[in-house]
Design a binder for this molecule. Structure first.
Ligand code: ATP
Ligand code: MG
Length: 201
């Protein structure tokens, strides 16, 4: 039921998720990459997508900046806005799973409760990958020059510097990108998806 109206009724599709999975040759799900800025979420999510796509899987990457330019352009970086940002993305990824797609997300998503809410929403096919990397390494990489700005106080509420990052407690996979090469990290994610029956081995 819609929170604001009693007159919204779900219309059930006859082309079901199961039928889409049969046609696609793989199941759908959400692979949720979380970690500090510069940890390697975007790099890893896109590399995993490349691998899956080459094997004929239907995929889509939701990436932080792209979503914030459109769907969530009205939101900032306060706790309330970060929570709403993740809620909307969660709902989007859920729709993509209904559409038969493997949705990969690359958001810092620093708050455990926000990620847990998406996990509850998506259900069994939610795979949380903690892209772990020491803050010092992320800061040395400083891909976007944001850590330097955050240290100068030019960016408020920057995760890891002036805003918290809550590590996942029971992620399906942890990849430490300070010690794991990208190719090996991709293989770990793809192997996990195969082990969970999302994609063929
Ligand atoms: N094993 C690895 N996996 C992923 N990235 C790596 C790895 N080793 C080094 N890197 C480098 O780390 C950087 C990660 O940047 P990336 O933009 O992917 O981070 P991000 O987590 O998406 O950050 P943001 O939250 O700011 O978007 C890239 O320059 C990438 O080349
Ligand atoms: Mg990124």
């Amino acid at each position: 039921m819609n929170a604001k109206s009693d007159n919204v009724v779900w219309h059930h599709a006859t082309v079901t998720r199961a039928r889409r999975a049969a046609m696609n040759g793989h199941r759908s799900g959400v692979v949720w990459f979380t970690g500090l800025s510069g940890a390697g979420k975007s790099t890893l999510a896109h590399a995993v997508e490349e691998s899956l796509h080459r094997h004929g899987c239907r995929t889509f990457v939701f990436d932080g900046d792209n979503v914030r330019h459109g769907l969530c352009s009205d939101l900032g970086f306060s706790v309330a806005d970060r929570t709403e940002n993740i809620r909307r993305i969660g709902e989007m990824t859920k729709l993509f799973t209904e559409a038969g797609v493997i949705a990969l997300t690359a958001f810092i998503s620093p708050l455990r409760a926000d990620r847990e809410r998406v996990r509850q929403l998506v259900g069994d096919d939610f795979v949380e990958v903690y892209v772990k990397c020491p803050l010092a390494v992320c800061e040395a990489r400083d891909v976007k020059g944001m850590y330097a700005k955050a240290r100068q106080g030019l960016i408020k509420e920057f995760t890891g510097i002036s805003s918290p990052y809550e590590e996942p407690e029971r992620p399906e996979l942890v990849v430490d990108t300070s010690v794991t090469e990208l190719d090996a990290a991709v293989a770990q994610v793809v192997d996990l998806l195969a082990a969970r029956g999302l994609v063929p081995a």
